[in-house]
Design a protein. Structure first.
Length: 501
């Protein structure tokens, strides 16, 4: 009850964040509808037992494009009105679904959809929706708001999934792929309307967004209210000008220049021109280490996601023997139940994030997620339709680590570079996704020719064990944070000594 009251108070203080979460839920509803009713069954009919391989091949192309563009798209979103970046992201996401109305619902239509799906990789890794939600959220509400953002998005997506249940299960609406595509178009228009109704989110000169307030508050107690809709904002204090008399103490210019030179030695190397997006991970060591944790967790998650659809179909013997309605039912059972159970779980994790540090939560959530991922292999011995949602629910719970991980990234991002930080982390995720799809393409034919019955089940215990290695990387993150805290304490003592002199 206390968590509910606190969540309601957070939403009342951050109405624009609620609007972003609803828009995200509408986006998820539109995408899940087109996949559950059209693309999912179409993949099974056209690709059969090679579904996971072909899907991974196209996902590799998407991952390459997304990895190359995520950093620059994140930096682009920092420079322009954030609504424009979100709108571009939405356009790329919805375009493949629109194409089915023109190309048809056959082999040609599927390949056109998959080719355009590569373009849909633009902005996915940058997590621009979460950045927009962060922009319009008060700093003191950020931890709980992250969980609420995902929970509300899942709730809207679940409510939007009710027509899917009516279409497939109750036959209230005709089960027609073209009808599903037009519903997809209507939801995409609702998404753009919601985005257009939000206030202009961009950085003015001297203005700080809420996510940056914490670092400024540590160095200055001055606070002023801006006329920005939806939240209060600090005004960036003016820097002392050494050339203007009376503007403050004149800094020691030689020492300042020497300090900058030391920080920029690596930038003079020619090799930096090839890895510009990754230099942020070397500038902020803790951010680079948390990326190692993200790599290990996302790699295991991507592998089970890539083979999940084919694994369910093969376990239930629906690839050759199943009807179109049965294939659709598997797609629905693998999405809607996990959304229903994910809503309270997301809110709970967000509430816990307000009380415990992300590091503390990850120490608990990673081992629990390992067990949940490994339990998916039980589908091989329980090949029943009712067991599909159980496997998907456990996988969804294991993925709840994304909340403390995203919170970590926002805390570690340098001032004014949140979009860039999310972009470079997203680039790392897409590279991991590419490698995961490459593994599926290379390993699946070997497994299926091995003679092992329903051989894809071996992915689940292997991916579960892989997640445990993230604990080793998390230990390095903890040590780095302790070192950073000690450096901050030393700097504070030096500042106090200088001021006393």
């Amino acid at each position: 009850m206390v968590a509910f009251e606190e969540g309601l108070a957070v939403l009342m203080r951050n109405p624009q964040m609620l609007k972003v979460a609803v828009a995200s839920g509408v986006h998820c509803t539109a995408m899940s509808m087109i996949y559950a009713l059209v693309v999912g069954p179409l993949k099974t009919e056209v690709w059969g037992h090679r579904q996971a391989e072909h899907q991974s091949e196209m996902a590799m192309a998407t991952a390459i494009f997304s990895a190359l563009s995520s950093y620059y798209f994140g930096a682009f979103s920092d420079k322009v009105d954030r609504r424009l970046a979100v709108s571009i992201f939405g356009l790329c996401q919805f375009l493949p679904g629109w194409s089915l109305l023109a190309s048809g619902f056959d082999t040609t239509g599927l390949w056109v959809f998959m080719c355009l799906q590569v373009l849909a990789g633009l902005g996915v890794a940058s997590n621009v929706m979460l950045i927009l939600a962060s922009d319009v959220t008060r700093l003191e509400d950020r931890e709980f708001a992250f969980g609420l953002f995902y929970a509300i998005s899942a709730l809207v997506s679940l409510l939007g999934g009710i027509p899917i249940v009516f279409i497939v299960t109750l036959n209230v609406i005709p089960n027609n792929p073209r009808m599903a595509c037009w519903l997809h178009v209507g939801l995409s228009l609702a998404f753009f309307i919601l985005v257009a109704s939000m206030p202009r989110i961009t950085r003015e000169e001297g203005e700080l967004l809420p996510i940056e307030i914490e670092r400024l508050a540590d160095s200055s107690g001055n606070r002023a209210e801006e006329s920005h809709p939806g939240f209060e904002c600090y005004v960036q204090p003016e820097e002392p000008n050494p050339h203007v008399q009376g503007s403050g103490e004149v800094p020691n210019v030689p020492e300042k220049q020497e300090s900058k030179a030391k920080r920029r030695i690596c930038r003079k190397c020619d090799i930096w021109g090839l890895v510009v997006p990754f230099k942020l991970l070397f500038e902020v060591h803790a951010l680079g280490l948390i990326c190692i944790v993200i790599v290990l967790i996302d790699f295991s998650k991507d592998l089970v996601f890539d083979i999940g659809g084919q694994f369910f179909m093969e376990s239930l013997d629906l690839i050759k023997q199943g009807t179109h309605e049965q294939q659709q039912r598997v797609s629905i059972l693998s999405s809607i139940p996990s959304q229903m159970t994910g809503i309270p779980a997301l809110a709970l994790v967000g509430w816990l994030a307000k009380r415990y540090r992300p590091l503390t939560m990850l120490w608990v959530m990673i081992p629990v997620g390992t067990i949940l991922i490994m339990s998916g292999c039980l589908m091989n011995w329980f090949p029943f339709m009712w067991f599909v949602p159980i496997v998907c629910i456990t996988e969804n719970f294991a993925d709840l680590t994304r909340i403390p991980l995203n919170l970590f990234v926002t805390e570690l991002a340098p001032k004014g570079r949140l979009g860039e930080a999310m972009g470079v982390v997203g680039m790392v995720k897409q590279i991991v996704g590419f490698l995961g799809n490459l593994v599926v393409v290379a390993v699946n034919p070997v497994l299926q020719e091995s003679g092992l019955h329903n051989s894809l089940w071996v992915y689940y215990p292997a991916c579960g064990l892989l997640r445990l290695f993230a604990l080793l990387a998390l230990h390095l993150v903890a040590r780095q944070q302790e070192a950073d805290d000690d450096d901050d304490d030393d700097d504070d003592e030096e500042d106090e000594w200088d001021s006393s002199e």
